[in-house]
Design a protein around this ligand. Sequence first.
Ligand code: B12
Length: 189
Amino acid sequence: MDTTRHLVILGVAGSDAHAVANHLIAMHLREHGYDVVNLGVCTPLTEFADAVDAHPEAEAVIIGSLNGHAYADLRDLPQLRAAGRLGRPVILGGNLSVGSHKADDVHDRLRALGVDHILENPYELPLVLDLLRAATPGATRRAKKRNARTRTGTRAAHLQGTGTRAAHQGTGTRAAGQRGSRTAVGSRG
Ligand code: B12
């Protein structure tokens, strides 16, 4: 049986303070054997990019957005990608635009920004991650390498949410109030 643990980066879009689904998704992924670097709510795209830089073995970046402002929060994705950053599949889910009636082109516009996958149901994530890994040569080898390093203790601090979030909060640029809310969220996770 393959017990390799795979790492993903998770968070909620920059203007968005909805925390519940984020926590449930982190728990679900961890139950499925993923190491989750959970950046929590109100995470600007640049912090997702920083997290990919800090965890180059990350297999995907998973972003939730509930407040209807996904497009605005992700609008810098093309520039970041053009600068060679955030080079991992971006998976987006939640309530992606404002209002109960959704315009037909919402998903098209998000895909045009470079969002790779849009999911409604978070329970689809493990399957989609499996498919992405199968399509990415070397992904499992990189994960096994990281697991070997982890067993020797060199990266243990990154594997638990609190430690990782604390590290990211330290490098974050957001206002103290926002950071405070993420810390509170993190401490429950
Ligand atoms: C609780 C809540 C709040 C709380 C959040 C507290 C907290 N710390 O989390 C507070 C009061 C702070 C809040 C604030 C606001 N909220 Co609010 N809030 C809700 C509420 C009632 C529940 C959300 C929730 O936690 N649901 C439980 C989780 C498990 O379910 P879920 O969020 O629906 O997520 C499901 C899917 O969307 C999906 N999913 C979610 N994330 C992801 C991510 C991925 C990757 C995937 C694949 C799937 C996925 O899976 C989940 C399970 O099926 C909803 C209404 C509702 N009944 O849903 C409104 C709601 C989300 N809020 C809304 C709004 C507008 C706001 C405010 C803008 C209100 C305001 N004018 O201030 C602010 C925004 C603040 C901000 N900066 O983001 C709207 C969004 C409307 C839209 N998108 O068109 C909603 C839908 C209410 C409504 N009907 O108008 N909110």
